[in-house]
Write a protein that binds this ligand. Structure first.
Ligand SMILES: Cc1cc2nc3c(=O)[nH]c(=O)nc-3n(C[C@H](O)[C@H](O)[C@H](O)COP(=O)(O)OP(=O)(O)OC[C@H]3O[C@@H](n4cnc5c(N)ncnc54)[C@H](O)[C@@H]3O)c2cc1C
Length: 437
């Protein structure tokens, strides 16, 4: 057999979670706390995904002005991370800010306290299957070269459904033209003068003055959050050709993103000298901000109608309260510029405080793959709904459900997520405080 001859094979774990972002950390915690021997694999060198490496400066999807929507592990992470947050941190709109270093440590603690092992600097680059819909081993790449890991069940929390794609599962990528939401390279500024800060309308950096020479600023997308003393985190600028599954596209957009960040800083200094004259670019994110990747074709696909109807499901394992928030693709921008499409026509349907919809267990299950479950932004959802469930609050909830399901699949034997008793799963999630109807 190829694996035994050519790659070392590790069979020490019952559950392997691939990808240590918010969904992967929640999955690893949930799996390990329920007694499964769990390994969390992360290609970079810290946990947290977009919230840490990506420098996303604040949380979304925790609540929408009503009671907490993302309870369970999400609540635990936010509460522990908040103890490490600068006292004046936050946004003028009341979001809880993120201190990337405090959050890294929080994930390290919660994942290891739950009993999961972590393997940093290790990327899943392939999967072997038995030809009948079961993954038999992951192919991992790290400083030891290529090696194989075999578990009973696998959780794909890569954000791009990498494992599902490697195992031959079906997915969709982008819109009918294959285009995806614009990406962003987030960054932080230090030495900002914060007097009068809440009154600034940052979007005023756009339009650019005639002949300004800024080549990369395409709109006024600037969303700041105070993250420390005189320190501001920015989700700012749009990169309109990002395909996170194409390494060349990622590379080109990282190069462009670093130039874009410098341009935005210069433009902020021009527009708001009182606040930014002395500010300097502290750092850009080490990973590109990719809003949209592969969406699995699952046993159930969450639809816009489900979203609008605030639908509940009998096999519901999470709830989502965030608005539909899709950032325009390259072609959509062109159509807007030509007056053929209304700006902002990616509808941002807002729920009233306390409103939410359910997410069914089936939307985490890839068709024709049985021992793999997916959580985070790549669950089975129509594009507009993906623009909502992708936020970190909701990723915690789907991640926790996937991890609990993985531990249950190990406990029950059979290792087939499609046959799992969802009443048992829902009872487990409720016991741990999950918000499900
Ligand atoms: C620019 C931008 C701004 C955003 N702003 C906000 C915001 O303000 N608030 C909010 O709540 N959400 C925001 N989001 C959305 C949110 O951050 C992401 O959708 C969310 O982090 C997705 O979580 P995830 O766990 O699915 O994936 P990710 O956070 O992307 O984590 C995936 C992890 O898996 C690892 N990985 C990937 N592939 C592999 C592999 N093959 N092998 C091993 N490891 C792998 C990655 O390194 C990463 O750590 C923003 C997103 C972007 C891009």
């Amino acid at each position: 057999m190829l694996l035994k001859k050519e790659l070392s094979l590790n069979e020490n774990y019952e559950v392997i979670v691939v990808g240590g972002g918010p969904s992967g950390c929640a999955a690893a915690i949930a799996s390990a706390r329920d007694g499964a021997k769990t390994l969390l694999i992360e290609s970079t060198y810290c946990l947290g995904g977009m919230g840490t490496n990506g420098l996303v400066p604040f949380w979304c999807g925790l609540d929408n002005g009503g009671p907490l929507c993302s309870t369970g592990i999400g609540k635990t992470v936010i509460e522990r991370a908040a103890t490490r947050l600068y006292k004046g941190a936050g946004t003028p709109w009341g979001h809880t800010a993120i201190d990337a270093e405090g959050l890294k440590l929080t994930y390290d603690e919660l994942v290891t306290e739950a009993g999961a092992d972590v393997l940093f600097g290790t990327q899943c680059v392939g999967a072997e299957t038995d030809g009948e819909g079961n993954v038999t081993a992951l192919i991992l790449a790290n400083k030891r070269g290529l090696n194989a890991y075999r578990a009973k069940v696998y959780v794909d929390t890569t954000g791009d459904a990498d494992l599902v794609a490697f195992a031959g599962g079906e997915y969709q990528l982008g819109d009918e033209l294959g285009e995806m939401q614009a990406g962003t390279l987030c960054f932080t500024l230090s030495n900002v003068h914060l007097e009068g800060y809440e009154k600034i309308n940052h979007t005023k950096i756009w339009p650019l003055p005639e002949g300004s020479g800024y080549r990369h600023i395409v709109d006024g997308h600037v969303v700041p959050a105070i993250i420390g003393e005189n320190a501001v985190g920015f989700n700012a600028g749009h990169l309109v050709t990002v395909d996170g599954t194409d390494p060349l596209s990622v590379s080109e957009n990282l190069l462009a993103g670093r130039q874009l960040a410098q341009e935005i800083v210069s433009r902020l200094k021009e527009c708001f000298p009182e606040q930014y004259a002395d500010a300097y670019l502290d750092r850009t994110a080490t990973v590109l901000g990719v809003r949209e990747g592969r969406r699995i074709r699952g046993l159930y696909t969450l639809t816009s109608e489900d979203y609008i109807a605030r639908r509940d499901f009998p096999d519901e394992i999470a709830r989502n309260c965030y608005n539909l928030d899709s950032h325009e693709t390259k072609t959509e921008r062109l159509l807007i510029a030509q007056g053929k499409k209304k700006a902002g026509s990616n509808e941002r349907i807002l729920y009233a405080p306390g409103e939410s919809h359910g997410i069914p267990y089936r939307s985490l299950l890839p068709e024709k793959l049985y021992n793999v479950i997916v959580a985070g932004r790549s669950i089975s959802a129509e594009r507009p709904v993906m623009g909502s469930i992708r936020v970190m609050g909701t990723c915690f909830s789907t991640g926790e459900a996937a991890g609990a399901a993985a531990a249950q699949a190990v406990r029950e034997g059979g290792y087939n997520f499609h046959l799992l008793n969802t009443d048992t799963l829902r009872a487990t999630l409720k016991r741990y405080g999950a918000n499900i109807h």
